[in-house]
Design a protein around this ligand. Structure first.
Ligand code: AMP
Length: 308
């Protein structure tokens, strides 16, 4: 069985969308990534930190999904990372209302010994020095290292970010972030520049318009499934990345063809995430539902054309 290490936030989120508002609920990048990856029957360890205010029920929820929490530090006297956001009417854009780092502010990641030889490492959106620190702890070179980041780190820690980008195989960022990182508007040119920074696979997310996978002069497109209801996009990007990471840990195949499948899995899982608030949909998602939606995806993109 493949082994996957995930580093990222385990958090409280408070979300406002045109459909409603939540109090502090379970959130965080590592949470969404872990829930998505739990569909692949691989060994998963989360590396994170929470405060003494974090409910045991949330931790149990994650360990019941077979996510090893040995690497999740609990700082009894500290508070858990808190993020609050409000979505605009188009549901594609959002404002961050609050980010309280709390215990995340002094986070020193510790990869459990039995996971230092993991096949896949998923570096969730965090300070690039924390991401590098996790890679430093690996005793063997992982088959695949996947990195997520955001404009905030490009603004505040660009050099550290460029150092960690050099060390990863896959980068998954959204279109605006790819443009900011490279100064290029055309995504094909931006992807080429990011390749030159290190990663052999560049995944550019375009929200409800799907995702592009670039590799060695080739490009593959995965649509997002057109949905009737989108309640809350929070965590969709992390869920997408978690699907990729879980699938790669399961298959151990890092070829371009297999990466295409990984992207389709990521899109499929993300399509569920947005249907309910926070993690609600992902917590109760069955493998049968995932399988059915994969079939829908196939129908969405498959066609026969005679090329003469
Ligand atoms: P996404 O919608 O995929 O961008 O991910 C949203 C999740 O990321 C939320 O559950 C937040 O708790 C978490 N998050 C928000 N801001 C940050 C940040 N600056 N660093 C790490 N995680 C964050």
């Amino acid at each position: 069985m493949g082994k996957l290490v995930i580093v990222g936030t385990i958090a409280f989120d408070a979300i406002e969308t045109p459909f409603g508002k939540t109090d502090k609920i379970l959130g965080g990048a590592a949470t969404f990534i872990g829930l998505a990856a739990s569909h692949f029957n691989v060994d998963i360890a989360a590396v994170s930190v929470v405060g003494g205010d974090f409910p045991k029920a949330y931790l149990d929820l994650l360990s019941n999904k077979n996510i090893d929490l040995t690497g999740v530090e609990i700082v009894k006297e500290g508070k858990t990372f808190f993020w609050s956001g409000r979505y605009h009417n188009d549901m594609n854009t959002r404002d961050t209302l609050v980010t309280e780092l709390n215990t995340m502010g002094n986070f020193k990641p510790k990869v459990p010994k039995n996971y230092q030889n993991a096949d896949v490492v998923m570096l969730g959106n965090l300070h690039p020095l924390v991401q590098s620190n996790v890679l430093d702890q690996m005793s063997e070179t992982p088959k695949m290292v996947i990195l997520d980041t955001m404009n905030f780190w490009m603004d505040s820690a660009l050099n550290d970010l460029l150092q960690v980008i050099k060390r990863v195989d896959v980068i998954a960022i959204n279109d605006e972030e790819a443009r900011q990182l490279t100064g290029e508007y055309a995504l094909v040119v931006a992807a080429r520049k990011i390749h030159e920074m290190g990663p052999k696979y560049v995944v550019i997310k375009k929200g409800e318009h799907g995702a592009l996978l670039f590799h060695d002069g080739h490009v593959f497109f995965a649509p997002a499934l057109p949905l009737e209801e989108v309640f809350d996009p929070t965590g969709a990007g992390d869920t997408f990345a978690g699907g990729i990471a879980g699938y790669l840990a399961k298959t151990g195949d890092t070829s371009f063809d297999n990466m295409k499948n990984a992207i389709i899995y990521g899109s499929t899982l993300a399509s569920f995430c947005v249907e309910k608030f926070g993690t609600e949909r992902m917590v109760n998602l069955s493998n049968t539902e995932v399988f059915k939606r994969l079939m829908q995806f196939k129908q969405l993109t498959q066609f026969d054309i005679e090329l003469t």
